[in-house]
Design a binder for this molecule. Structure first.
Ligand code: ATP
Ligand code: MG
Length: 398
């Protein structure tokens, strides 16, 4: 027991001292067995939520109806969830109700994949009821129990299967794969927000091709927003070799391979995927810059308008589609930009009005824009007197 688990050990021990069972479960155990960095350590226990709340000084009810209590200890937080089964699934999505149980095995049985259905005790011993260790060794994604039934209970699990294939570089076990082929259409019942999380994790996986192959061959893609007709486009996307490391890059690259160029169309596509307004804004801006960059080099104007961050991203994207990016050029241009935003301009509306012998109006905004543009391109020095002279010369003021 090391690292994050060691820090969480007191939580486990305290629950056990009160006479209950407690184990580390879920993704953290899988990642530890894969010798990958472990982030969130989740704990499963035979104690009921109220019993957990009595045991610890600081807790937060994060999902008490599902049996989850967050325990705060020494600046860390741990989700402690009561062993549970999920009964009566309707509509192929989350269960209507959960039933708390006192058996670890029952809890692990309702988990999605064998590699996610481990538990680890305080000694670091692994409880593996469904052959997960063998599947980790064989690099196989396999549903716990009968794949078909499990996907009927919650169709999102099919997306999770291809997502883990992409993250880990595993293959879908045959029965699991066929169950996805047969049930892919059930994805229609799942909220786009939940599909999107798994889709993005898949797209950002280190083994994109492996995940995308499952996603495409199983027909899952047909039930994702705007992708029903996109098999060939997705095959191109799957060939991206450098791992994608920002969500907005996923969306821009997808738009690119979908051959969407129009900004409105791009926005509509992202809206279908239920992206936040902020992410839609960033992604469509980057998309437009990227399309521009396919044809032209960066200039003062592009780096000023889109900012260094986005300009650097456009270079990353070029590399991701197999072209050459030039991050150095962006750095150089940014370093030499006379100004980086309008507040750095040596003039403002007030100064212009004082100088002008005309009332404010639409012309003022245009004057500022003209000055800004001339300063950014280096045509005009960022100096109040020179800018005023320039505006006189251009007849904005007399
Ligand atoms: P990540 O590293 O991406 O967080 P994870 O395996 O921890 O991966 P979570 O979504 O955090 O994934 O879920 C935690 C655990 O809960 C999983 O390991 C799995 O055991 C279980 N789980 C999550 N989603 C489902 C689901 N839809 N059906 C069944 N079990 C699930
Ligand atoms: Mg997790």
């Amino acid at each position: 027991i090391t690292g994050e688990f060691k820090k969480a050990l007191p939580v486990l021990k305290k629950i056990q001292a009160a006479g209950f069972e407690a184990y580390f479960v879920g993704g953290s155990v899988r990642d530890a067995l894969l010798e990958k960095p472990v982030n969130d350590v989740d704990i499963a226990t035979s104690a009921f939520p109220q019993e957990i709340k009595k045991l610890f000084k600081k807790t937060v009810d994060v999902g008490i109806e599902h049996g989850t209590v967050m325990v705060l200890m020494e600046g860390e937080s741990y989700e402690v969830t009561t062993f549970r089964t999920e009964s009566t699934y309707q509509d192929f999505r989350r269960p209507d109700s959960v039933t708390f149980v006192r058996s670890l095995k029952e809890d692990l049985k309702r988990r999605d994949l064998t590699i996610n259905a481990f538990a680890m005790n305080e000694m670091g011993e692994i409880k593996d009821f469904f052959g997960g260790e063998q599947d980790l060794y064989d690099k196989v994604i396999r549903a716990v129990g009968k794949a078909e039934e499990r996907f009927h209970e919650d169709a999102l699990r099919m997306m999770r299967a291809v997502r883990f294939a992409a993250q880990l570089g595993f293959d879908l076990e045959a029965d699991t794969f066929y169950a996805i082929v047969v049930n892919a259409h059930l994805l229609k019942n799942i909220a786009t927000e939940r599909i999107r999380i798994e889709f993005v994790k898949m797209a950002m996986g280190k083994h994109l091709m492996q995940g995308m192959t499952g996603f495409i061959e199983s027909n899952l893609y047909k039930y994702c927003p705007g992708l029903a007709q996109a098999e060939e486009n997705l095959e191109q996307f799957a060939k991206i070799e450098k791992p994608i490391n920002k969500e907005r890059h996923v969306w821009v690259l997808l738009l690119y391979y979908l051959r969407i160029q129009n900004e409105k169309e791009a926005r509509a596509f992202l809206k279908h995927w239920k992206l936040s307004n902020q992410l839609i804004k960033e992604s469509t801006e980057l998309h437009q810059l990227f399309l521009h960059r396919l044809l032209y080099d960066h200039t003062n104007a592009t780096v000023y308008r889109y900012k260094k961050d986005l300009a650097l991203d456009s270079e990353t994207l070029l590399e991701q589609i197999g072209k050459t990016g030039d991050k150095n050029a962006v750095e150089q241009i940014d370093k030499n930009l006379p100004i980086h935003s309008r507040d750095e301009l040596a003039i403002n509306g007030k100064i212009i009005l004082e100088e002008a012998e005309r009332p404010g109006g639409k012309w003022l905004g245009l004057a500022l824009e003209a000055a800004e543009k001339a300063v950014v391109t280096g045509e005009l020095a960022n100096d109040t007197t020179e800018i005023l002279a320039y505006l006189k010369d251009k007849h904005y003021i007399s």
